[in-house]
Design a protein around this ligand. Structure first.
Ligand code: PEP
Ligand code: MG
Length: 585
């Protein structure tokens, strides 16, 4: 039986299933006589102290492995743990109503969680999961219950859960956990981000899978395409196991070209950047041999926290990134908030179509004080390296002009105050909307570069939600409509004298990377995992051949026909090992 979900973290893994079900924490109501209230409160406080110690340990581990910013998720948990209202409610219940602390705490937390759980807004539902996580942690200590799912030591497994809290993902042993699968979640849920950072293959949003899976059943997880196969036959199992070993070997081997440029056999150089979500991923970008950071999704800096990051905090983080990159360029994509990336403190109003709503540059321009603080931080950090700025989701000249004007104001302010910054920071924009494609000639006059965001461009051009698993088979970046949009953007960008890159997922597949190269794209920015493969692909082809293949692909009238061109013209140019990582051959 095969399930399709959302590919959340690249890699493959096979192993016996461990169902992660949260332990039953049986909380009984019991009367606590007044004379014992102090002792009961003492027990409760000790449980909170122990829960706090757990959280601090996890937070430090994540800060070491990923980044302090990522670890901030646990600051949110600590704040829930320390919430004076909740603690006061427990104390009143114990001392005045003579209830036991566990029941009082459970009620206080479930009242809080229920208020959030019923809302239709994703970020509040995520907070709901955080509350449950804290509640379970405290109750476990109070009731003396061990965490329910202890994995057998030394035995590899595939974890399947309804949901996994980021704190749980953070604690997974990455050698033993060959993959994890959840029924809910999206690529941008906390758990998925932590999984990617830790290199654990993951598929999320696999609806209903728990109904069909028993403990111990073998499962094959493909985090590239987002599939989970239960009870795979012997051949598939062997294939997956071999594939995992091969991917690891190849990743090691590919690192031998780490310091080589992404240049074709006939001498065409492509800038190959890394996409990162968190400042802590910079080291990985360097270690896989990136020419720079082609897309820093800075909005992750705004998520998983209770208040806006200050200008100082951002300046520091951006400065560290630039210094670590040692003169290599870093494209800071300004906050792409809204859509599915929302933070509760921003108090966004409910929208029927959030992806068509107050998102990206629209959100930023509607909150100039937040946007200005980010721009100031990027400019201030620019004194320490090679920063570039890029605006997301631009759909008109007016938006680009307003964003450019804000940059100019910030530069003037900083110059007047004699704050060191680089006034020549290159400012570019993403091409993600059909209107930007068709106005690209006009926009090219007012910007220094284009980076095509094919993830959104596909969603908006085909009118196809990129996160809707029911449309996953139709959402197709190889649709000729997308190829024509890219071709048009590249042509008019070059005519206007600017460079054009691609930073959507499409650039990360060796085949489509070669296609994009043939279409004249100057820069590709891809996930760190994909970068060495894309570099190897570029180094194995001649640009002239890629151009011919691209021109043939552009003549096709359907995505299937384009794929046939890729199979006939591009695949034969590439070493076989670059073609087999994603799907079964
Ligand atoms: C894109 O849309 O292609 C892109 C790179 O941006 P994001 O995936 O962050 O929306
Ligand atoms: Mg986008």
């Amino acid at each position: 039986m095969k399930f399709r979900g959302v590919p959340a973290s690249a890699g493959v893994g096979v192993g016996p299933v461990v169902r992660l079900e949260h332990e039953e924490l049986l909380v009984r109501d019991a009367a606590v006589p007044g004379a014992q209230a102090a002792a009961e409160m003492e027990r409760f406080q000790q449980a909170c102290v122990a829960a706090r110690a757990d959280l601090l340990t996890i937070r430090d581990k994540i800060a070491r492995e990923l980044s302090p910013n990522e670890a901030a998720i646990y600051d949110a948990h600590l704040m829930i743990l320390d919430d004076p209202e909740l603690l006061g409610a427990v104390e009143r219940d114990v001392r005045e109503r003579h209830r036991n602390a566990a029941a009082a705490y459970r009620d206080a937390m479930s009242g809080y969680a229920a208020r959030l759980g019923s809302v239709q807004v994703e970020h509040l539902r995520e907070r709901h999961a955080d509350i449950l996580d804290v509640e379970r942690r405290v109750l476990r200590h109070l009731l003396g219950v061990q965490p329910g799912h202890t994995l057998a030591p030394g035995v590899p497994c595939v974890l399947i859960a309804h949901d996994l809290a980021p704190s749980e993902v953070a604690l997974l042993d990455r050698e033993l956990v060959r993959g994890f699968v959840t029924e809910v979640g999206s690529r941008s849920s906390h758990g998925a981000i932590v999984a990617r950072g830790r290199g654990i293959p993951a598929v999320v949003g696999c609806r209903g899978i728990l109904q069909h899976v028993r403990e111990g059943t073998q499962a094959a997880v493909d985090g590239f395409v987002g599939t989970v196969e239960l009870d795979p036959d012997e051949d598939t199992r062997t294939f997956f196991a071999a594939r995992r070993v091969r991917i690891e070997e190849e990743s090691r081997e590919l690192l031998t070209i780490q310091s080589e440029p992404a240049v074709t056999k006939d001498g065409r150089r492509v800038d190959l950047g890394a996409n990162i979500e968190l400042p802590g991923e910079v080291e990985r970008a360097l270690s896989v041999g990136a020419d720079g950071v082609g897309l820093f999704r800075t909005e992750f800096f705004y998520l998983d926290r209770h208040q806006l990051p200050s200008e100082e905090e951002q300046t520091e983080a951006y400065r560290r990134v630039l210094e670590q990159m040692q003169g290599k360029p870093v494209i800071f994509r300004t906050m792409d908030l809204g859509g599915d990336k929302v933070a509760s403190y921003l108090q966004l109003t409910h929208e029927t179509n959030p992806f068509l709503g107050h998102r990206g540059i629209r959100f930023a321009l509607a909150h100039p004080e937040i946007f200005r603080a980010q721009l100031r931080a990027i400019y201030r950090a620019s004194a320490h390296g090679r920063a570039r700025i890029m605006f997301p989701m631009v759909s008109s000249q007016a938006e680009l002009r307003r964003a450019n004007a804000l940059c100019e104001q910030v530069r003037d302010e900083l110059a007047r105050a004699r704050v060191p910054h680089d006034p020549e920071v290159e400012i570019g924009m993403m091409i993600e909307t059909p209107s930007a494609v068709w106005m690209a000639d006009v926009l090219a006059r007012e910007t220094k570069f284009f980076s095509i965001g094919t993830n959104d461009l596909t969603q908006y051009t085909l009118a196809m939600d990129r996160d809707n698993e029911r449309l996953a088979h139709l959402y197709e970046p190889l649709d000729p409509a997308i190829l024509r949009s890219i071709r048009h953007t590249v042509t008019v960008g070059h005519d206007g004298g600017i460079w054009v890159g691609v930073c959507g997922e499409m650039a990360g597949d060796p085949r489509t990377a070669v296609l994009l190269l043939g279409m004249g794209v100057d820069e590709l920015s891809v996930a760190c995992f994909d970068l060495p493969r894309v570099k190897a692909a570029i180094r194995n082809v001649r640009c002239a051949d890629a151009r011919r293949a691209a021109s043939e692909a552009l003549d096709q009238s359907s995505a299937d026909d384009v794929k046939a061109v890729l199979a006939e013209r591009i695949e034969p140019m590439l070493p076989k090992y670059l073609l087999t990582q994603g799907e079964k051959p």
